[in-house]
Design a protein. Structure first.
Length: 93
């Protein structure tokens, strides 16, 4: 999808090596891309940083235990904007 020549993207595996490299490209070209969705398997610490930087509308944490830890560690209060958070395969779909 594009909005005024800005490509709206979601990055599955945003905390992995390819995902972080993709976000480096986005970071260098903010006038070309808007991140709407991010996902991780377990790396909730990096995901929180990505949420605060890229401000997606939706994130998915694939691992159920990591999803629970996201809430237990109080990461919801550490986010600088509202995000819909989903888990497991249902969240990716």
């Amino acid at each position: 999808m594009t909005i005024d020549n800005i490509k709206v993207i979601s990055i599955l595996g945003s905390t992995g090596s390819i995902g972080t490299q993709t976000l480096d490209v986005v970071r260098s070209n903010k006038n070309l891309f808007k991140v709407e969705g991010l996902s991780t398997n377990k790396n909730i610490d990096l995901l929180l940083e990505q949420i605060n930087e890229f401000k997606p509308k939706v994130v998915t944490i694939f691992d159920d235990d990591a999803y629970d830890d996201f809430y237990k560690k109080g990461y919801i209060e550490k986010m600088n904007h509202k995000v819909s958070i989903y888990k497991s395969m249902e969240g990716l779909v």
